[in-house]
Design a protein around this ligand. Structure first.
Ligand code: ARG
Length: 612
């Protein structure tokens, strides 16, 4: 238990009481103890992940969990060295089934398991005790949904990270949505999360932009140009840069003066950053993405030379055609210093990773970008490890994601071929949600009733929720097709479906007219198979959160929520709630399912409506 120390007080108390915070860890612990007692030689001869295999079953017929350790253990025991060690042990198991039988005999007394069955070549099917299930479930009613136990960490999440003076594109939208969800999951687990916006606010393109600003808009302080459409501004600058040799030369000089800290250049640079920032903020406001701290490329600029010096001293830097490079076993090396003496994306990221590990003291640094940058981060991580910056055991993760495609399965664009502005895209989702809501309200027999004044807020929550969910529900590495119709489909695997399911549960609670405190000491009913399956499923929530915190795959939460809604529908179809003798026991189920759904949605950045 010493290892499981945690800052989460509740989890700590439970651990001290011998209670694990996830079902699977409670079951696994029992089998770990049983195996260690039955075959003490096993833990000594093989790493745990090989001999302790406990997982959820796919079919309820075979119990709730399964222990599939017997085959591997049997093999170990057969191994020469081990059989030598076992010499003299009269009853060495002959077959995996015998191994299972011994394990089962050694399971410590507990209140978690109802029974076990040995099946096939030696699988142990595990049936949980309904009384334990019911009690664990009732705890959620009392304490709210709990995270898995974990050692609190300092985590830096680098996400969103758009580029100054360029339009934020759908890739940045994905990074923002996925990154925000990851932050919420890690915070729920008790970690201290730093949301870092690594904006592209430095580099050679600023020479061109500054030079364009100062020549085309000479008194930009007094009369700020309308550069709210930065894409056009960027294009104009680029055009001049490509066509006008003098402009090009002047741009080069501008970069140098900017990097040297010339006040006027800095003013121009700041003006451009400010305009961009306003545009980015419009997207963050809509997405309810708060707490993102801007620590862009420029932040690291002054720190780069020392890092290059350090890496050189560590023998990692080579000269190549006037540039300084770091080989990382890939086709191209990292550029520590470019041949013109400047620093770029690579040296900035090298400096940033060191800063995060050593100054911010991060235990884990997470980067959320498109999959196209995977190799870049592999190299950065490789170099960071070689430089010894991860020595305390810090973990570096790249979280790559696929492309957003349009209806035609090509890269997402508007009809006119322009890159879609994110704000427009989000607004469109809201407009369509509003239309849908109005349609439903006007449909005969529809239960959707809403005051006119609530419609706007409702359509915002639905619209943004649907965009987020459509992005998060797929494995992030796959490309996904952006379709308003699909993401707003009431009957599909969508946020709006989940929101309706949630609102339905709250309406059952409301109709019953029972107060929460009246349910305080009530245990859920778990007699009916649909009740049991739903309750068991809900208890797996911390397990899912734990997996997401590890794998950084938010779609697992979407899957969990969708299953929850489906299982709730099964339960509600087969089990009466209101007016039934088991009303209270079933209302407990409704109450907890709603709380867990709400928490799950909030981890995706979605705020459900209590009433639709
Ligand atoms: N600005 C970059 C882009 O738009 C993303 C930056 C990601 N973070 C980093 N530390 N490199 O692609």
């Amino acid at each position: 238990l010493g290892k499981r120390l945690t800052g989460n007080v509740k989890a700590l108390e439970e651990a001290a009481a011998g209670e694990e915070t996830t079902l699977i860890s409670a079951v696994t612990l029992l089998f770990e103890k049983a195996i260690a007692q039955a075959f003490p030689i096993v833990p000594e001869s093989l790493e745990k992940s090989r001999w302790l295999v406990v997982q959820a079953t796919s079919d309820a017929k075979h119990g709730d969990y399964q222990c599939n350790s017997a085959m591997a253990i049997h093999k170990i025991l057969k191994d020469k060295v081990v059989s030598h060690a076992l010499a003299g042990v009269a009853d060495a198991p002959k077959a995996p089934r015998d191994v299972s039988a011994r394990i089962v005999e050694c399971i410590p007394k507990n209140k978690v398991l109802l029974k076990t069955e040995i099946a096939g070549p030696g699988f142990i099917n595990i049936f949980l005790d309904p009384a334990f299930i019911a009690e664990s479930f009732a705890k959620i009613l009392k304490n709210g949904p709990q995270p898995p136990a974990s050692q609190p960490q300092e985590v830096v999440v680098d996400f969103s990270s758009p580029n100054i003076a360029k339009e934020m594109h759908v890739g940045h939208l994905r990074s923002t949505i996925i990154g925000e969800s990851i932050c919420r999951v890690l915070e729920f687990c008790g970690h201290r999360v730093h949301r870092i916006n690594h904006v592209g606010d430095w580099g050679t393109q600023f020479g061109m932009l500054i030079n364009h600003l100062r020549t085309a808009y000479p008194n930009f302080h007094e009369q700020p140009p309308n550069i709210s459409d930065l894409t056009t501004f960027y294009k104009e600058a680029k055009k001049r840069f490509d066509e006008d040799a003098e402009f090009k030369e002047a741009s080069r000089t501008s970069v140098v003066t900017l990097q040297a800290g010339d006040p006027y250049s800095l003013q121009c640079w700041k003006a451009l950053c400010d305009v961009s920032r306003i545009q980015f903020q419009m997207v963050y406001d809509r997405l309810e993405c708060a707490g993102l701290v801007e620590q862009g490329e420029s932040f690291y600029n002054s720190r780069i030379p020392d890092v290059v010096k350090e890496l050189t001293a560590k023998g990692m830097v080579e000269e190549s055609d006037g540039a300084k490079i770091i080989q990382c076993g890939k086709q191209f090396p990292l550029m520590a210093v470019k041949s013109d003496g400047g620093y770029g994306y690579d040296s900035t990221d090298l400096t940033a990773v060191k800063y995060r590990l050593q100054e911010m003291k991060a235990d884990r640094v997470i980067y959320v970008t498109d999959a196209g940058q995977s190799e870049h981060f592999e190299m950065i991580f490789h170099a960071a490890k070689r430089a010894g910056w991860c020595e305390g055991g810090a973990r570096l993760d790249h979280v790559p994601f696929g492309l957003v495609l349009g209806d035609d399965k090509k890269k997402f664009k508007t009809r006119s071929g322009e890159v879609t502005k994110l704000v427009d895209l989000l607004d469109e989702a809201v407009t369509r949600s509003l239309t849908h809501l109005r349609e439903r309200m006007n449909t005969e027999g529809s239960t959707t009733q809403m005051a006119e004044g609530d419609l706007e807020e409702a359509s915002r929550r639905i619209g943004y929720g649907c965009v987020k969910y459509a992005d998060l529900r797929q494995h992030r590495i796959s490309d996904y097709q952006f379709s308003y119709d699909k993401m707003l489909d009431l009957k599909g695997n969508t946020a709006v479906y989940l929101m309706y399911s949630y609102a339905r549960i709250t309406s059952i609670k409301a109709r019953a007219g029972v107060k929460l405190q009246d349910l305080a000491n009530v245990l859920p009913s778990v007699q009916h198979p649909k009740e049991y399956q739903l309750v068991l499923h809900i208890l797996k929530f911390p397990e899912v959160v734990e997996r997401v915190a590890d794998t950084l795959l938010p779609h697992l939460i979407c899957e969990f929520l969708y299953d929850t809604a489906e299982k709730f529908n099964d339960f509600y179809r087969d089990c009466h709630v209101i007016g039934d003798p088991l009303q209270s026991q079933r209302l407990v189920i409704c109450e907890v399912v709603a709380a867990v759904m709400k928490k799950g949605m909030s981890l995706l950045g979605i705020t459900p409506l209590e009433k639709i």
